[in-house]
Design a protein around this ligand. Structure first.
Ligand code: SF4
Length: 172
C-alpha cells in the first residue's frame, strides 16, 4: 500500500471512530446531523438575540435529515432523572428562542434534552416561551439589585455553590 493509501485508510478509520464516539456521547441518531457544537466537535456558534438580550451556545445544533430543520440539543450524561428539570427546560427554551432568531422558518420548533438514560423532546410552546422570558428578566433584575436574597431552602445547593464562602445567607 502506498503512503497515500495508508493515510486515506487511517482517515477513514478515524472518521468511523469519531462518528461512533459522537453517537455514544450524544445519542445522536442517524435521523439528524450536527450543525454546530459547544463540546469539542465541529464549529462553535454563539447565538444572540439583541431584542431579548440573551445569548448562548447549545451543546449541539442539529439538522433533521430530510427536512433540513434545525433544533438545539443539550446533553447531561450524568443526570439521572425520568422527568425533565425545570432549570434544564428553561435553558433549552432559551436556546430554542435563539435558534428561532438565528434560523427563522428553519427552526424546527422544538429542542431535545438528553440525560443518561432518558431523552426529552420539548416543544417551544407559548407558555414555555413566556416562562423563559420571565426567568431571563428575573436574572437581569437580580444582577442590577443591590442585594439578592436566597430563594431556596436546599442545603445541597449551598454546598455546591461557588460563592458560598462570600454568602451570608448560606445554609451550610
Ligand atoms: S451559598 Fe448563598 S448564593 Fe450560594 S446557593 Fe446558597 S444562598 Fe445561594
Amino acid at each position: 500500500m502506498t503512503s497515500l493509501g495508508a493515510i486515506l485508510v487511517a482517515m477513514g478509520i478515524l472518521a468511523l471512530v469519531v462518528a461512533w464516539l459522537l453517537s455514544r456521547t450524544t445519542g445522536v441518531r442517524a435521523a439528524a446531523a450536527v450543525v454546530a457544537s459547544d463540546v469539542g466537535q465541529l464549529k462553535v456558534e454563539t447565538l444572540r438575540d439583541p431584542a431579548l438580550r440573551i445569548r448562548g451556545r447549545p451543546d449541539y445544533l442539529m439538522r433533521e435529515r430530510g427536512s433540513d430543520r434545525i433544533y438545539p440539543m443539550e446533553v447531561k450524561p450524568t443526570r439521572e432523572s425520568a422527568t425533565l428539570y425545570e432549570s434544564d427546560a428553561l435553558q433549552l427554551a432559551a436556546y430554542m428562542l435563539l435558534a428561532e432568531v438565528r434560523y427563522g422558518k428553519a427552526f424546527a420548533g422544538y429542542g431535545i434534552v438528553r440525560y443518561r438514560a432518558a431523552e426529552f423532546r420539548v416543544p417551544l410552546t407559548a407558555e414555555l416561551r413566556r416562562r423563559c422570558i420571565t426567568a431571563a428578566e428575573g436574572i437581569r433584575a437580580a444582577r442590577q439589585a443591590a442585594a439578592v436574597h436566597r430563594s431556596h431552602e436546599v442545603r445541597a445547593k449551598c454546598w455546591a455553590c461557588g460563592v458560598r464562602s462570600a454568602c451570608d445567607e448560606s445554609l451550610t
